[in-house]
Ligand binder design. Structure first.
Ligand code: PMT
Length: 398
């Protein structure tokens, strides 16, 4: 989303201004062009030379300096940009924009902007909680401005609380979100499952599989980007969920079944990317199992087939998407699961291919629809696969 985009990056006078340098670097790494605008306060905290060097463009600082080119600079930058991003934004800058004050280059350029504006506040927590600041943010939100909520932690002033500039990764995600023109899942509740389950044998051992959660987490993010109200039910993985959707952490297939069946009752779309254990040890020992005989057998019992249960309870208008992770006869097994589990779409995933399935950043899948049609996708990033699956689900929801 950021590749080829033109970003006007406004820095104002907070100690977090130094993070603006890393933010500019990340935007450029993602393929964006960055034009930096710094307030006088920002220049006290970080040198314009740093920003000029990183962005390879002169930094815009003052309304009345000799322009680098012949145009009215604050208007030109607003016409040039695809997105206005103010990070860090001080209480002062937020207040001025909320009240239509344009007494420096940054606030004048924002006033002239007709593109999406993202604001990432950074300030002392008492200032952030101040009613004036909260009202100013509400006012801007009601005008369509996007905010990236500050983080909680130790602040430069020594206080601990809410006010740290948000994670730069979150600022990038909200910037992508703000630039999206279509949100076909707006107003829809979407339930996604991700990761493996762990079935305990004793206090120190469990049965599991190689799912990293990457496919499911990519689906959760893509559904949020498409405007959905997302709930992610995740098995134990190393990935950190984004704060823009609700995440329910579970461990066992039984726990996943309980969470999914409850949440699915109000979801219009359910996408089951999780690799749920089909069997769980019939008994979980309370003490560590000691080694004794040469052979050791584990008696297992079936776990609930969550997708199968959802299929049997499917409401009119609800769309169910399952995956089929296979090592042989991919399409035949996937077609059988599509029918047996009453899914609307099965994503057939040959997990033996390089660049596909467990743990990789890419996937190779074929979409099998209930009407018998099929679509094979080439090797793609899991983010791109997620987008394809959700766009297909959007068509099914219609
Ligand atoms: O997490 P990654 O490392 O990114 O890997 C992605 C993935 C390979 C896990 C993913 O792309 C994938 O294929 N997920 C489905 C894995 C799987 O369990 O497939 P299955 O064929 O065993 O199950 C079929 C469907 O039934 C799945 O939607 C599964 O979630 C569901 N199921 C399975 C068992 C069970 N007890 N309840 C279920 O709901």
């Amino acid at each position: 989303m950021l590749s080829g985009k033109k970003i006007a990056l406004g820095l104002s006078g907070s100690i977090a201004a130094y993070k603006g340098a890393e933010l500019a670097r990340l935007l450029i790494k993602a393929g964006a062009e960055v034009q930096c605008i710094m307030t006088a306060g920002a220049c006290e905290f970080i040198s314009p030379l740093t920003m000029r060097t990183l962005t390879e463009r002169p930094v815009m600082q003052s309304m009345f300096e000799e322009p680098k080119q012949w145009n009215v600079e604050h208007i030109a930058v607003s016409r040039w940009a695809d997105l206005f991003l103010i990070a860090p934004a001080t209480a002062n800058v937020i207040g001025k924009i909320a009240h239509g004050i344009a007494d420096d280059l940054l606030t004048a350029a924002v006033m002239a902007a007709t593109v999406p504006v993202v604001v990432a506040p950074a300030m002392n927590s008492a200032m952030f909680e101040n009613a004036a600041v909260q009202e100013n943010m509400d006012r801007l939100r009601s005008r369509g401005y996007h905010f990236v909520a500050p983080g909680v932690g130790q602040l430069a002033c020594g206080d601990t609380g809410k006010g740290r500039l948000a994670d730069l990764e979150h600022i990038l995600k909200i910037s992508e979100y703000a630039m999206r023109k279509d949100r076909p899942l707006r107003g829809q509740k979407v339930l996604i499952t991700a990761g493996p389950t762990r079935e305990p044998l004793d206090p120190v051992r469990y049965l599991t599989n190689h799912s990293s959660g990457k496919m499911g987490y990519a689906l959760a993010e893509a559904a949020w980007q498409l405007g959905a109200d997302v709930t992610l039910v995740s098995g134990p993985v190393e990935l950190k969920p984004l704060p823009f959707y609700r995440t329910i952490q579970v461990t066992t297939a039984e726990e996943m079944a309980a969470a999914v069946l409850e949440e699915a009752a109000s979801a219009q779309l359910v996408v089951k990317a999780a690799a749920v254990a089909d069997y769980t040890p019939a008994e979980t020992k309370t003490q560590k199992i000691k080694k004794q005989q040469e052979d050791f057998q584990i008696l297992c019992r079936r776990t609930p087939d969550i997708l199968g249960i959802l299929g049997s309870r499917k409401r009119t208008g609800q769309v169910l998407v399952g995956f089929a992770a296979e090592t042989e006869d991919l399409l035949a097994h996937a077609a059988e699961k599509l029918q047996r589990k009453h899914a609307d779409l099965i994503v057939a995933n040959d997990v033996t291919m390089e660049g596909s399935g467990f743990g990789s950043d890419t996937n190779i899948v074929t979409l099998l629809f209930a009407d018998g049609s099929r679509r094979s996708l080439p090797q793609m990033s899991k983010e791109a696969v997620a987008e394809e699956i959700l766009q297909a689900a959007v068509r099914l929801l219609r």
